[in-house]
Design a protein around this ligand. Structure first.
Ligand SMILES: [Zn+2]
Length: 355
């Protein structure tokens, strides 16, 4: 088997192949032959499905082989990498050096987390991480400006970083079969995002109102969950109750006409500095704690009525899906509500989902 493998790699080098198929090779480590010497700089697509890889560390750094920068450079044209059906537990940070990568598939592995360096993949269009053990996604993923399709079905996701709402090219987001109890307030605010699938997240009861009129999959959501199963802040209206993202610190109601002082201060600061927010250094004279600076750079969300940035408090309003014209599409297979997150009592009173 080993000699067959080396023959395949040698031939690819010799003939300057753009595609290399190393599926079903029973590999349990990344073949260093791929990285040695010249010859694979023309490789654009590498398929290593159905092997027994447990780590990609050799791809990026090998303590015994000091040819690393050169080695990764030799895969600099790689556009597609398929590592599905292996036993990978982690990706090393140097995955971020595959600068030309457009399609990355790592389905059916054992990944528990992704390195933030994945955000360096500026050309990445497709990322498929289905059937792994991911509990969350790195915030830095929002830096993948070209990302159009993100699939994280059948993982252990409990939350989604709100930063991912800034993925301007994202067209389809699929997170079915996870453990999500809430979604970021701004999810769906981007016009580009048209398909959102969150089926079978049984604790998920609220969908941001931005998702109304988009293609959504939400079967099997909204099952009754006893209170002790989640520590998230909840908002209850009549018979309905939804969990809110952990970053929400307070819930306003139509009776609270005055905003908390911290919220007022953050909104004022944000308005004053919003034109400079790309450069955090200009904020340093204010000497805010880092967590507040980060919040200023990426607000909790934006008012669904007027687009005002919000930081700590929201004024939610629930619209049960079963009472909308979309109810027929879902035929009772779900019990979610749309949630409009507003910035004030005034927006709360004037927001209408169907207008
Ligand atoms: Zn508002």
């Amino acid at each position: 088997m080993a000699s067959e493998l080396y023959q395949a790699i040698s031939l690819a080098k010799l003939e300057r192949h753009k595609n290399l198929f190393l599926n079903y090779r029973n590999l349990n480590h990344f073949p260093l032959e791929l990285l040695k010497d010249e010859g694979l700089q023309y490789l654009e697509r590498l398929y290593m499905k159905r092997n027994s890889l447990t780590t990609l560390v050799n791809l990026c750094y090998d303590y015994h082989v000091a040819l690393l920068p050169l080695a990764i450079g030799s895969l600099g044209k790689l556009q597609s990498l398929d590592l599905s059906d292996n036993a990978l537990e982690f990706l090393c940070p140097d995955i971020g050096r595959l600068k030309s990568l457009r399609h990355l598939r790592i389905t059916n592995n054992r990944l528990k987390y992704l390195p933030p360096e994945i955000g360096k993949l500026k050309e990445l269009q497709t990322l498929d991480l289905s059937t792994n053990h991911l509990v969350t996604l790195p915030e830095k993923l929002y830096l993948c400006h070209s990302l159009q399709y993100l699939t994280v079905d059948r993982n252990l996701l409990r939350s989604v970083p709100r930063h991912l709402c800034q993925l301007a090219s994202l067209n389809e987001l699929s997170m079915a079969g996870n453990r999500l109890a809430s979604l970021p307030l701004d999810l769906g605010r981007s016009r580009e995002l048209q398909y959102v699938y969150v089926d079978n997240n049984i604790q998920l009861k609220g969908l941001p109102s931005f998702l109304y009129n988009k293609v959504i999959g939400c079967s099997g959501c909204g099952s009754p969950v006893s209170k002790h199963e989640t520590k998230l802040l909840s908002f209850t209206s009549g018979q309905l109750s939804v969990h809110l993202p952990a970053e929400v610190k307070a819930i306003g109601s139509s009776a609270d006409s005055v905003l908390p002082l911290q919220e007022l201060a953050l909104r004022s600061l944000h308005a004053a500095f919003s034109s400079f927010l790309q450069d955090l250094s200009c904020m340093s004279p204010i000497s805010l704690p880092r967590s507040l600076l980060e919040l200023l750079q990426c607000p909790l969300g934006h008012c669904h009525r007027c687009s005002q940035s919000m930081f700590t408090i929201v004024y939610p309003k629930l619209f049960p899906l079963r009472e909308t014209p979309m109810a027929g599409l879902h035929q009772g297979r779900t019990a979610v509500s749309f949630v409009a997150y507003c910035c004030s009592t005034q927006c709360l009173q004037t927001f209408d989902l169907l207008s």
